[in-house]
Design a protein around this ligand. Sequence first.
Ligand code: HEM
Length: 458
Amino acid sequence: MNAPPPHATIKAVVPAERRSKLTTLRYVLRNPLEGWPEEVYSAPMVRTRTMGHPTLFVMDPDLIREVMVEKADAFHKDPATKRALGPALGRGILTADGAHWRWQRRLASPVFRHENVQTFLPAIVAAAGRTHDEWADAEGRQIDVLHAMMRTTFDIIIQTMLAGAPDMDVDRVAESITAYLRTSGWAVAMALLRAPSWMPYPGRRRARRSGSYLRGALQQAITARRDSGASGSDLTGLLLAASDPETGQRMEDGDIVDNLLTFIAAGHETTSLTLSWSFYLLSRHPEVEAKVLAEIAAVAPQGVGPEHIERLVYTRQVVQEAMRLYPPASVLMRLAVADLTIGAEVVPAGTTVILPVFAIHHHEALWTDPYDFDPDRFGPEAVKARHRYAYIPFGAGPRICIGMGFALLEATAILATLIARYRLTPVRDTPPRPLLHVTLRPDGGMPMRIARRAARTR
Ligand code: HEM
């Protein structure tokens, strides 16, 4: 058995019921993960209050199904998330509710069908190849793997969703997204305090500037695309051509900007985090890394190409296990908009329901040795034997991640392309501390040293 990593000891120092509002705020701003009640790792459900607000943590898989699938209509996305993301993402597919969400989801779905996602594979493998080539001179150098993965996945999202968007300042767009997300803790804290939306907080001006820049850059890309008269089967082409089947209404430019930004933000950061944690875990588990290398050598002896990705089954299991230990979306939140019951519990409208994905994935009733890294948990038999809702890195029910298939393919392709050629070693002795700021980020990035493996062609 492996020694538990430091996040095994993450737990609230001050129990929720004895916390002042100031202590709660401190947790929200520093690392909400460390503010969850300790019982979320062992109990089916925990009822508590956050800043006086009724809050229900749900961990039991049957109850998760009730919230996310059977009674999904009784919930909306929670106001704190909307407040944090709304100024940039507007009422795009991730933050909208009701009919406005349903319409957008229907429109975007064809892009993410399995057959269409397969057509993205050459672009994905080519982008992984560019990072591979950039690393060629990096022997012995230290790099931030998280930064490198952000660039790679960003490149992919722009190629596949915006058909390249040739005039876009990609670096500035990527930096603006990071700058925007950095202040999310404050935006959530302001929502919990029920502060008016004009209330200033540290970083708010910079976040707003980043949000305006992003929206302007995308508006320009849309105008250029429309002027060019090109249609195209990427997401932008689809949204430009789309109309409501019932009313015939077209999407306004503002709606298209909302959605493109949503796909860029939701689609690249999460995948790059998955990859960073995967590289880290492989570096700490040479026996697993050896199995991955053996699989790649057997499936793709001449180098990884688009045709190999679906057959890299064990490599995909590594990605899935990395998302269990470090789920990029570590918390899902909903607001009950009707009175209902969950299990035997009466849940009045206005209750915040929290699915603490990180705790569900380490729950002592659901996993054996929950802190051990073991990709065999995702072999077909093990998956069949487990409750479907014990593992929810992509959410569940009607609002499950639309990009799930895309992300799994992309992460497997990038991991296989790079690990086959390079050995990465962490610079620090201790595992990075996971920090929950909308997504689960390694505190201080993921600095690792690169070495080339014995020569083989890509
Ligand atoms: C490893 C990578 C990814 C993870 C872990 C992830 C996780 C999630 C989760 C948990 C949700 C549900 C949120 C909720 O229920 O509140 C979600 C929704 C969503 N994701 Fe992903 N995602 C990933 C990659 C992607 C990619 C590649 C795209 C697009 C290219 C994407 C686009 C979206 C969109 C648009 C939604 C909103 C869906 C809706 O509300 O109908 N995601 N994602």
